[in-house]
Design a binder for this molecule. Structure first.
Ligand SMILES: *Cc1c(COP(=O)(O)O)cnc(C)c1O
Length: 387
């Protein structure tokens, strides 16, 4: 039976459910309890675009996650990455080293800029492979971007050392990793730039939104201008703006509507993160020793997983997906190797041996606010029956 047929034939209403007829779905947005009230409040004020709520959201985000660095709220994580790449000084013809396995959002902004992407292979936990990165550095390399896949921090010390040694900017795509720690410190403010996403299904959502944390305080004002057409908004609002624009900017700001949802999310963040981490650990425990499946990212002691994705390496993935689907459990891949896309130049077989090896072997299982311990035990039991 094909996967699509199985989807149609599964009697979802007899199974543990998220909502009627849904089964155990892969993702579900985490909407804070008082989000609707917060949005209603904003809609009754004069500011619904970028106003005081955006400022308050940035302030609370900085206090909780990025102290002492400044954080700029933007319209999406992709906006934040593009802004980071501009502020890092990347120009047409420069080279960047970037992960071959990530959300396309990490890499697409380089194409806006004519920057040459040099892909690096994955390591055993699907993070960027530092040894491969080292071998790819040339005199043209201006930045390295890494992604904390699923919420597991990359080998940052090695990357920071490479950055220092070769005078290369380090940019963290931390879209999966809000709340993760590395050697006891929260992921956010040690690299030149760190980006977070508040897209619908991330830990903290604003519908769509993002945050850019900037280490060099001298770049903050420029970041704010480029976020808004190249205009100095605060001068404009004071009425002293001289009506010239000298840098090309974008329309990348966050709105107060979105920020009010984000503020509601910050107040519940610790509980949500704890829930995700608890569910992740329960998966690890329940699947320990089960033949044909290995949970990815569980072996570390010097870093704490933010548990955005539960990814496992499995034998005969298609068969397992079908087996899960027949039992009302959704699974998927979420991200695909980027070199399969024509826009990135297409696939080169043999260049990324670890990616080649794992490409048909990784699976993502449900992990979100509505997944309960009971669900995890049920999923593990279904897996233990064999596929
Ligand atoms: C979600 C995500 C992004 C992009 O975020 P948007 O807010 O959707 O633009 C970037 N990188 C990774 C790894 C992501 O998962």
């Amino acid at each position: 039976m094909s996967l699509e047929m199985a989807v149609k034939e599964t009697p979802m209403n007899e199974l543990p459910i998220m909502a009627p007829n849904e089964g155990i779905v892969l993702f579900y947005p985490n909407i804070p309890k008082n989000a609707a009230t917060a949005v209603a409040e904003v809609l009754n004020t004069r500011w619904i675009g970028q106003g005081p709520k955006v400022e308050e959201f940035e302030r609370q985000f900085e206090e909780k996650f990025s102290n002492p660095c400044k954080a700029l709220a933007v319209g999406s994580g992709t906006d934040a990455l593009h802004l980071a790449y501009i502020l890092a000084g990347l120009e047409e013809g420069d080279e960047v080293i970037a992960p071959v396995f990530t959300c396309t959002a990490t890499n697409i902004p380089f194409l806006y800029m004519g920057v040459k992407i040099v892909f690096a292979d994955v390591d055993d936990n699907l993070n960027i492979n530092v040894e491969h990165v080292r071998s790819l550095i040339t005199s043209k390399t201006k930045a390295i971007v890494c992604v904390h896949y699923g919420g597991l921090p990359c080998d940052m010390q090695e990357l920071w050392d490479l950055g220092k040694e070769h005078d290369i900017k380090i940019i963290e795509d931390a879209a999966h990793a809000l709340g993760a720690t590395y050697k006891g410190q929260i992921i956010s403010s040690q690299s030149d730039f760190t980006m977070f996403s508040f897209q619908a299904i991330k830990h903290l959502t604003t519908g769509d939104g993002g945050m850019l944390v900037i280490k060099d305080p001298e770049l903050v004002e420029k970041g704010k201008r480029i976020r808004w057409f190249g205009i100095d908004r605060s001068s404009k609002q004071k009425g002293i703006w001289e009506n010239d624009i000298t840098e090309i900017g974008y329309k990348y700001q966050m709105t107060d509507i979105a920020a009010s949802i984000g503020l509601a999310g910050i107040s519940e963040f610790d509980d949500h993160l704890a829930h995700r981490q608890n569910i992740y650990k329960l998966y690890v425990k329940c699947l320990e020793g089960v033949e044909g499946i290995r949970v990815i990212g569980k072996e570390y002691h010097d870093r704490e997983h933010a548990a955005w994705l539960l990814t496992a390496e499995v034998d005969r993935r298609e068969d397992l997906m079908l087996h899960l689907r027949k039992n009302g459990i959704e699974s998927g891949q979420v991200h695909y190797r980027n070199d399969r896309y024509t826009i990135f130049g297409g696939r080169e077989v043999g260049k990324f041996p670890k990616m080649d090896y794992i490409e048909e072997r990784y699976i993502v299982l449900p992990l979100h606010a509505k997944v309960t311990e009971e669900h995890v035990r049920y999923i593990a039991d279904i897996i233990k029956k064999g596929w």
